[in-house]
Every structure is written in structure tokens, then in C-alpha cells.
Design a binder for this molecule. Sequence first.
Ligand code: ATP
Length: 264
Amino acid sequence: MISVKNIQVVFGKGTPLQKQALNGVDLTIEQGSFVTVIGSNGAGKSTLLGVLAGDVLPSAGQVTIGKTDVTRKGTAARAGLVARVFQDPLTGSCGALSIEENLALAAKRGEKRGLMAALGPKRREHFRERIAELNLGLENRMGDRMDLLSGGQRQAVSLVMATLAGSEVLLLDEHTAALDPGMAEFVMNLTQKIVSERRLTTMMVTHSMRQALDYGHRTVMLHGGEIVLDVAGDSRKELQVEDLIAMFRRIRGQTLDDDALLIG
Ligand SMILES: Nc1ncnc2c1ncn2[C@@H]1O[C@H](COP(=O)(O)OP(=O)(O)OP(=O)(O)O)[C@@H](O)[C@H]1O
């Protein structure tokens, strides 16, 4: 379970560039629920993920993960609770380390013990089996450096990494945005499978209205640091991409000049 209460985030306080990125955001996501987050540029989506991951500390409000109040805890202290996959396939894993070493590091997230303890023969076999489930043939390349993989392969391995330390919360920051359509679909189907099998409480930021409605249980729209739409259940099922685009238009008071991007 994730809960944020009355979150305020102000960047550059007291400077001419002061920016209220989040303004009183309240959101509770039940255990195992998958929420998609949309909103125009600068709406506060990444800031909200940052507040949950611990790299943005709010100036007011409360953040709870499971039963733990993590409001004042930084990223390191939350590492065992929260896993994150980023838009850039090069972020979140180490290119100079092998697939296997990256998996070993991910499995140790939130612990202080060394890497060697994570790479015994049993663990190696476990990692190989998990990677074989992807059906990408990467189980035969466990010693290859991560930076030799394609963006899509790397995102797929990053999703496996996200499950290894047993965190119950998964944060996805436009994790398919840099992939070609076929690979994006593959990674989204994998995401769906992992999230439902492991009952992960998931928040996915996306610029794709299609993805926002096709995946997960609930959709939230941010604008100007506030939640302006929160739909689930039957009212979400009835929503079409065109309805979301019309809402965007109304909220922004202007015509979107690139609807194709938002539909894709
Ligand atoms: N570290 C920072 N310092 C100053 N301002 C920031 C910082 N991070 C974000 N902002 C500002 O806060 C606002 C919200 O930014 P945020 O990145 O959360 O938006 P977003 O919805 O993720 O946008 P995008 O879709 O463009 O990624 C923006 O106006 C942004 O310029």
C-alpha cells in the first residue's frame, strides 16, 4: 500500500524560479493495485514518483509505504521497499557490469552485505531461470555487459531486477517511452504479468493515453501539481482515449498540437 497525504513540493523556494510542483496531493493506492498517471509536461508526475522513491522530500505532507512512515527517509532507506524502472534504459542498471552482476546487486537492494554473497551457484541458477522466463535468449548471455543489450532487453532485465529484493512497490517512469512500438508492447505485457503475479502496488507514469487506459486498474491525471482526474472501475472502462484528450484540452484551455503522440 502507498499513501501520500497533502503533499506539497516547492522547488527553488524564495528564488525568482520558485515552482510549486505538487500542491496538496492526496492519493492512496491499495496493495496490488496498478495506477497509471498522466498529465502534460510539468504537471508534477516525475515529482510525485520522486516523492515516493525518496529523492524528492516534500515541504509538507506525509508519505506511507506499507505500514512505514517514510516521509523523512531518503532513497537508500527506502531501497528495500520501492523498486523503480526509468525511461532511459541506461538508468537504473550498471552498463559496465554483467546481466548477472546487475541481478545480484538488485537482489541485495536495501541490504548491507557484499555482492559475492549474492552470486553463489544456487543464486546464479535462480537468476538464469528468471531471465530465461523472458524468452529473449538472454539466459545464454548472463556474463555479457548490460550495455551490450538493446534498450528493450535492458528494460526487460530491469523489470526482473525490480522484483528480486521483494519490494512491494513498483514505480515506472515512462519506462517504454524510448522503445519501438513492438518492444514497448512486449515490455508492457511483461510489466502486467509481473505486477499481477507478485501483487505489486504499482504507479506508472506515461505520456500514452492508450497505455494509461489499457493497463492497470485506475488512472490519475495531474495538472499544475494537483490531481484533476481519478477514475477506476466502470467509469474508467467507459473512457476512451478521445475523452482523455478532450479533458486535456479543457484543462489546458488550448488545442493539443500533437494528438498522435498522446494516442500512441
Ligand atoms: N529539481 C527541480 N528544480 C526546479 N524545478 C523543478 C525540479 N524538478 C521539477 N521541477 C519543476 O517542477 C514542475 C513539475 O515537474 P515534473 O518533472 O514533476 O513534471 P512532469 O509532469 O513529470 O513533466 P514531464 O512530462 O515533462 O516529464 C515543472 O515545472 C518542473 O520544471
